[in-house]
Design a protein around this ligand. Structure first.
Ligand SMILES: Cc1ncc(COP(=O)(O)O)c(C=O)c1O
Length: 387
């Protein structure tokens, strides 16, 4: 079935024509029930090849939490990417793909005991930590661990802040590195996370200044570090333009140069930037209603089965299937299918009016959608399909 979509100028910078063409071809070819998530593999390849390019000695570890679909992981594994994981479930998927443990790290500072046991037997040896208790857990379960301490850094300007829950200040970080060494672990580095969808390039400046300070203080204590893990945070375009990967990396590279030893290993753990803008959720309009002066549009995907980040402020872009290109535009409140009134994705979205049963494409929806989803109220979690 040939479908036609209302494409606005604003969409051009979000989804390349080549991706859109693949999506339309897929929809014409396959009669699959919505909702589902299409991932453009060319885009994933392009993004992964860009990340780390402008930073000397960089190694990329894809943050599996962004989208743990096994086919995505297989693709990335084939491209030689490393993986950052947090749990036994994520490790199980990598184990199915026989990923070498040397290519796996865990930057979750507080790990479950089940995960530690599994990581120990699989051979994972590189771990983040930020507490005395975590040192003791690692000593007990994986005494030959190499460890890196998580510094707390400002997250202002990131749309999905990750501060407070993890990370310690400089004095505590130094004490923890010393404690890890005293307990027989091998302290090798420092990590931080500037916050996800970080649109403020200066977050990396402050983070790297702090890191340098800790690096030098560790050296004075007899701990020579060799790895700096700059976490994730690279942003993607949802609606607004964001700072580019090249600009971030040029800045980071300039900050690293001369401040850290030449052979320092730089780890990067991108999640959103690898799969986010490669993903297009395909959903259907299941209802419309006028409530007072608000026009409501109901989709078969919502906050619970894929669009959880919308409640934290992520604003998606939508493409509406419309045979009538001249149909009226209206402002909509867009909601998901469940009976919960929390299930509202967006408000004041100007869209051409679709019919019930029409398809809507939700752009830049490849990261933190399926991995957050539940089957609350019996609505299915969209399948991920690589195109
Ligand atoms: C430890 C760690 N590393 C990497 C990431 C990936 O971050 P992003 O998707 O912003 O690149 C996250 C995200 O939560 C994280 O917690």
């Amino acid at each position: 079935m040939v479908r036609s979509f209302k494409i606005e100028k604003a969409h051009a910078g979000i989804i390349p024509e080549s991706s859109l063409f693949k999506v339309l071809q897929y929809l014409d070819r396959e009669e699959r029930e919505t909702p589902f998530l299409l991932i453009d593999t060319d885009k994933v390849r392009q993004k992964i090849s860009m990340i780390g390019r402008a930073i000397r000695n960089a190694r990329v570890f894809y943050a599996v939490k962004a989208n743990p679909d096994i086919e995505i992981l297989r693709l990335l594994s084939g491209l030689g990417t490393g993986f950052e994981i947090a749990s036994e479930g994520e490790l199980e998927i990598l184990a199915q793909l026989n990923v070498d443990p040397e290519r796996i790290i865990s930057s979750n500072p507080v790990k479950s005991l089940k995960f530690l046991k599994m990581a120990a037997s699989y051979g994972v040896r590189l771990f983040a930590f930020d507490s005395v208790d975590e040192v003791e857990k690692l000593v007990r379960y994986i005494p030959d661990s190499r460890v890196y301490v998580r510094l707390s850094v400002p997250n202002e300007g990131s749309e999905w802040p990750l501060s407070k829950k993890f990370g310690v200040e400089l004095d505590e970080a130094l004490a923890l590195l010393c404690y890890a060494k005293e307990k027989g672990l091998n302290p090798v580095g420092i990590t931080f996370h500037v916050g996800s969808q970080c649109t403020n390039i200066y977050n990396w400046n402050i983070a790297l200044d702090k890191t340098k300070n800790l690096w030098e203080r560790a050296e004075k204590e007899g701990i020579t570090l060799k790895m700096l893990n700059i976490g994730g945070g690279y942003p993607i375009k949802y609606r607004k333009n964001v700072v580019s990967i090249e600009a971030i990396e040029k800045n980071v590279s300039a900050l690293l140069y001369g401040k850290f030893p030449e052979h320092t290993d730089i780890f990067i753990e991108p999640g959103r930037a690898v799969v986010g803008d490669a993903g297009i959720l395909v959903t259907s309009v299941i209802g419309k209603a006028q409530r007072g002066d608000e026009s409501w549009l109901y989709l078969d995907v919502g906050v619970f089965n894929g669009l959880m980040e919308s409640v934290g402020g992520i604003k998606y872009s939508y493409l509406v299937e419309s045979l009538n290109q001249a149909a009226n535009k209206k402002q909509w409140t867009i909601a998901g299918p469940s009976c919960d009134s929390f299930d509202v994705i967006d408000k004041n979205v100007t869209l051409t009016e679709p019919n019930i049963g029409n398809i809507m494409l939700i752009l830049s929806s490849g990261a933190y959608t399926i991995s957050y989803a539940s089957e609350f109220n019996g609505f299915s979690i969209p399948r991920t399909i690589l195109i």
